[in-house]
Design a protein. Sequence first.
Length: 201
Amino acid sequence: MDQNKWDAQAYLYLEQQQYDRVAEIYESLLEADPTNLNHYWYLGLSYLLQEQENEAQLTWLIALNEQEEEGINKCVLRLGGILEQEAERQTDKTHYQRAWLIRGHLREICPDNASNLFKLILLHIKLGHELSDNFERWQVIETITNSSEKDVPEDLIIHALKAVLSQPSPAAVAFWEACLGYQDYAQALMDEVILLSLIHI
């Protein structure tokens, strides 16, 4: 099985949103081959899709605790890639609540992932939540300012900026200022703010 590919039968259940059946498959696969880390990643994700967050985290933690220090980063990147793929799939199917839940856990696993943070913010606002509810807890400004990921797509940043500025607040201003750190996009971001200001005059 490819490292970022669901078991074929599990994927059929996934498409049918029968997440308990998905979990049953990976529980069986894990029992048969407890050395295959992919089984842990997908089993945890199947729990998460059932909103069993504690079980998901525990499943991933069990696997990570078995790794040598030099292998943990590789495991985190693999698990992060799996969560990213499923978050995108859920978003494409307009299952925004599930996508938001997955991206929230991806933020905890890969806190330096700025692209995920921008997408999480977009989902958060799309679901009708106030950004201020989680702005500090997610360490939004710190992540954007300190992230080593400097190739975040321009359209993603602008889309997130529009959404954040739709909820005027000191946090929104701080978010815009942090986004200006992406110097290649600074002029486009300035133009966007000017355009939004003109629209609301």
